[in-house]
Design a protein around this ligand. Structure first.
Ligand code: FAD
Length: 291
């Protein structure tokens, strides 16, 4: 099918994009990579009156490291992150996760901002943002504001962005060099959306006891979640299979997965345990590699 008719605008700056959206009213939409929005238009599941095309807003296409963060412009393409050796060196978990997004053609066009605003709970960027508690920088008609990841996401395909607001940048805190991180995903075929995924970040003291544990997952609940019960189960424990098995049990216990065509709730709950154990095991191996 073809989309319904819409007006088209091509701003050159973020401020101009926000102005144009306000001028066209609440039925207008920003267009980034188009990988989620254009299929919806084609199927007429969305029919915006105007598209404000962000592709000429080059000020949003950057990504760079500061001493503490990976700073990613909303228009940065998945592929730019995937192919940057500095990201692989300083944020290996992010590089690992991005390789799972669709196929090369999708990663060439799809943007980090578009993925986070679309807020598909199985998207790799949503899991990373929750794990690292990324900061979202937002520009609206009344100025700029920032939100933490837990405040930004608002359930399935929903965010707390106000009408008329543009996501401009996302800041991902860098893990310390002694932190072991990993991203693990289960999908039927490479490139499919994840059935379940988990990201883990582990720190240990000199005696191999876990001092800090962060875990986030998709497929464990209707939205992306931090696995706080599993994190608690790990703190103070010697790093190793026994602690990981207990953490996986805690994650399974807390999981409230949504049954779908990939499996019923029981099957999906078991998957949560599997991906948590795998992510923790890989993260622990990387602590050893770093030391
Ligand atoms: P668009 O489609 O252009 O926009 C999506 C939504 O976000 C729209 O509502 C738009 O108005 C809004 N928007 C975009 N940018 C902004 C902004 N800066 N501020 C405010 N609102 C904005 N994704 C995954 O994560 N994992 C996968 O495995 C995966 N597989 C895919 C497989 C296929 C076949 C396809 C077609 C897509 C897949 N995707 C996957 C989705 C892909 O990652 C998209 O790039 C992403 O979801 C949307 O990004 P986009 O830049 O294309 O945004």
């Amino acid at each position: 099918m073809k989309p319904a008719a819409f007006a088209y605008e091509a701003p050159g700056t973020a401020a101009e994009a926000v102005d144009l959206l306000a001028r066209h009213g609440e039925d207008a939409k920003f267009l980034a990579g188009g990988q989620s929005l254009l299929p919806l238009l084609g199927l007429r599941l969305a029919a915006p009156t105007a598209l404000i095309d962000l592709n000429g807003v080059t000020e949003l296409a950057h990504h760079r490291h500061t001493p503490d963060e990976l700073v990613v412009g909303a228009l940065c393409r998945h592929r730019d992150i995937e192919l940057d050796p500095r990201v692989a060196a300083r944020s290996p978990m992010i590089a690992e996760a991005v390789r799972h997004i669709g196929h090369v053609a999708i990663r060439n066009r799809g943007t980090v901002g578009g993925s986070l605003v679309h807020a598909d709970p199985s998207a790799e960027w949503t899991v990373l943002a929750m794990l690292l508690d990324a900061t979202f920088v937002i520009l609206g008609p009344s100025g700029a504001r920032t939100l933490g990841a837990a405040e930004f996401f608002d359930g399935f395909l929903a965010t707390t962005l106000e009408p008329g607001e543009l996501l401009t940048e996302v800041r991902f805190p860098l893990a310390s060099p002694t932190t072991g991180t990993a991203f693990v995903e289960l999908a039927r075929r490479h490139g499919d959306f994840a059935i379940a995924s988990a990201a883990a970040a582990l720190e240990t003291d000199g005696d191999g006891r876990i001092t800090s544990a962060r875990l986030a997952a998709s497929g464990a609940a209707p939205a992306v979640v931090r696995l706080t019960a599993a994190e608690e189960a790990l703190r103070g424990r010697p790093v190793g299979e026994a602690a990981f098995a207990e953490a996986a049990d805690a994650a399974v216990e807390a999981a409230e997965p949504t049954p779908d065509l990939h499996g019923d709730a029981e099957y999906r709950r078991r998957l949560v345990g599997v991906i948590v154990r795998r992510a923790l095991t890989r993260a622990a191996e990387r602590i050893e590699d770093n030391s």
